[in-house]
Design a protein. Structure first.
Length: 259
């Protein structure tokens, strides 16, 4: 059963069609990757899904609800979490505090209410303990123990990308949008990220939509791949179908996709 789908999605900026009549369906707990050259409309699709842009036409169906026109906060409350190409973290806060901020939609007493709690039995105190336990599990999962109390600004780029992934997981998403998660990572970090993405799919039972330029990663972990260029669909299918499609090869300027 389709867990998430977009239907006939289009948007223009200044008369230029950035995304033109795009449709796809994503099965629950699968990894669905969107590939294409720079400027092909991939991040624009993510921006429409997460409520940053409102499409000119089309529908975005999440668990049976059309979320087009919803605010980013409502989309988050529907269980859609997002990481960004350019890291969106609070640099002057610690790793722990950044991850706790990912819990904001689940908090009834406010993000930092626990800091002002009156007594351990209060609702704020109990909520703080429960939220910290969830964040502790994410820190363990992503092997961030050594930097838990470090300020994000002091971390290397690859670690910051992991913190952003952790903050998205802290939202307890049903659907996770990963926009270029391996950008700026070295080979070893990319290898670890591969494993983490598969573990997130398995352990957290999350549906993952992935934008990524690393073709080895895409071909290795995707259940289905959607290739696009200049706002239009080229082909959708499993890795073997997509990587050898002549229009995909042409869009990547003849890059060897191991066909």
């Amino acid at each position: 059963m389709d867990h998430f789908k977009v239907e006939n999605l289009s948007i223009s900026f200044g008369g230029l069609k950035a995304v033109n009549n795009i449709s796809f369906s994503v099965e629950k707990n699968s990894i669905f990757s969107i590939i294409g050259p720079n400027g092909s409309g991939k991040t624009t699709i993510f921006n429409m899904i997460s409520g940053i842009y409102k499409p000119d036409s089309g529908r975005i169906i999440c668990d049976g609800e059309n979320i087009v026109g919803s605010s980013p906060d409502h989309v988050a409350r529907k269980g859609v979490a997002r990481t960004f190409q350019n890291i969106e973290l609070f640099s002057n806060a610690t790793v722990m505090d950044n991850l706790l901020l990912g819990r904001h939609i689940h908090m009834k007493t406010g993000v930092f209410a626990g800091a002002f709690m009156w007594g351990r039995g209060s609702a704020a105190a109990k909520e703080e303990i429960a939220n910290r336990e969830i964040v502790e599990n994410i820190i363990d999962f992503l092997d961030l123990q050594s930097v838990r109390n470090h300020y994000v600004a002091s971390l290397p780029y690859g670690k910051r990308k992991l913190v952003e992934l952790g903050r998205a997981l802290a939202l307890e998403p049903k659907i996770l949008l990963l926009d270029e998660p391996s950008a700026g990572m070295n080979t070893e970090e990319k290898g670890d990220l591969n494993i983490w993405i598969k573990d997130i799919q398995a352990d957290y039972q999350v549906t993952i939509l992935l934008i990524e330029h690393d073709m080895n990663m895409i071909m290795g972990i995707s259940d289905r791949i959607f290739a696009m260029n200049q706002g239009e669909k080229i082909v959708e299918g499993v890795a073997a179908e997509v990587q050898c499609h002549p229009e995909v090869i042409k869009a990547y300027l003849g890059e060897d996709l191991s066909c």
